[in-house]
Ligand binder design. Sequence first.
Ligand SMILES: Cc1ncc(COP(=O)(O)O)c(C=O)c1O
Length: 418
Amino acid sequence: MTTLTGERPAILGGTPVRTTDYPAWPVWDERERDLLVGTLDAGGWWQGDGDVAAAFATAFATYHSARHGLALTNGTHTLEAALAACDVGEGDEVVVPGITFIASASAVLAVNATPVLVDVDPETLCIDPAAVEAAITPATKAVVAVHVAGAAADLDALTDLCARRGLRLVEDCAHAHGTFWRGRGVGSWGDFGSFSMQRSKLMTAGEGGVLICNDDELRERAWSYADCGRQAGEWFYHHPNYGSNLRMTEWQGAVLTAQLERFPEQNERRNTAAVALGAALDEIEGVRPQRRDERMDSQGNYCYVFHYDAEAFAGLPLRQFEAALGAEGIPMGVSYPSLNELAIFRTGNFGPRLRASAPEIDYSSVRLPVAEHAAASTVWLQHRLLLAEVEDVLDVARAVSRIQQHAAEIVSTTGSTT
Ligand SMILES: Cc1ncc(COP(=O)(O)O)c(C=O)c1O
């Protein structure tokens, strides 16, 4: 990799490493347009009137090595339907990792169960199986394992643990379209795999979600929950179960059909770029790419994540490092706070949930040292940059080097407080 030694960082008035932007997201073309117009002309815009969304969900499930796929509204509702189908409800505990989006825990609240927050692996940032085991009580019913930024949680350990302890495993794959673990798609290992197709995700219709599974009975239960508690093959107004309306529209199915056709090539491109970027960042003291477990065949990189050690950057705080990287033209994201640090858990303000069975957990005293540290020391980059040519992707490492060379000056010019 050629470096840019000596150039002043953009945050100090130099020319940015990148003067042209990375590829935009989302990506679409005539195929999305044709499928949308086809749906319009067909007149069946509701999932019950067409077969576009359902066919997409089945194709997506097949791609991820699962038998069944349900086309639902979003990746929060997919988790809710999965937990409901696993008969998780009032009085049950569900183990959830600290590093994730709120939905991994709010879906637990949605079925009126209690989220139990546990720590993560310091290198992959995914749920730590030992922490799960330590958190199990007689009330524990399920585990939500999040594949953070597409890095797979340790599925060997988790499937073994859940089988041994009689727990349901729901894989939250909102970040992990295209992550394969020992030859099989993530989401097909647990009882359910839950995917989001929201705007920022690796394939998108603005909003959307797919729930995959292998078990016929679980599929029927999740389908019923997502379709107003109906029963397949019965009269439209026969509602034997409690359920909600979590159905995707045909419009979303049309867009996602085209997104899925394009996906394998994009996934390969992102993987090649991510591996090259990892090798380049490995050369720089004080940064360390999120660990890619060697049991993964590929990683759907929802974000590109690396650990940052301010010590190696003259004490430059993370937020200022991110600002400096952004100034170099690198598309920045940001880590989630650890769930235990969110106001909802600090205050226990669960709205209509858990009123009769207030959880015994005092969330304000829950500490997740690894997750809290990771939230304050990891850099998250937008996945769209991984669609560029590898040389362009390596500009990230060039920008990091440049900032490091001038870190002391950035600290003295902009101050060292966040
Ligand atoms: C880990 C995780 N789980 C679940 C979700 C929820 O997905 P949606 O926004 O489609 O409801 C997200 C969305 O960002 C997520 O990042």
